[in-house]
Design a protein around this ligand. Sequence first.
Ligand code: FES
Length: 130
Amino acid sequence: MSRAGSIDPSHRRPQVTHVPLTNSQRLCAIADVPDGGAVAAHASIDGVPEALIVLRRGERIEAFYNICPHAGRRLDWAPGRFLFDSGLLVCAAHGATFTVPDGKCTSGPCRGQTLLPIPIALRDGDVYLG
Ligand code: FES
């Protein structure tokens, strides 16, 4: 048996070799991502369906796997519903906080770690993989 603080989430950290540029998948509209907030997105990466999170602060938009570096749990408390406190994204599982849009953990059990980023491109008002 392992304690929550000693779980190795590496089994849930996808190893991204590349995202084919020819297979650019639309994640969401830029306008759908609230300033200082997040939206959930889904994509097939290397043939595997993955849950993603798109974060925005002003003109900066970043995307990450929806996997907390602490214990590999999803960050949202319900699908697509994220918690925020004082401008920080809060993991619904154990309360780790992350900067927006950088995804750096500032407090909690995975302090100093970062959400796993996924490359994106902004085109014609939309967010795409790639
Ligand atoms: S899974 Fe524990 S803080 Fe996110």
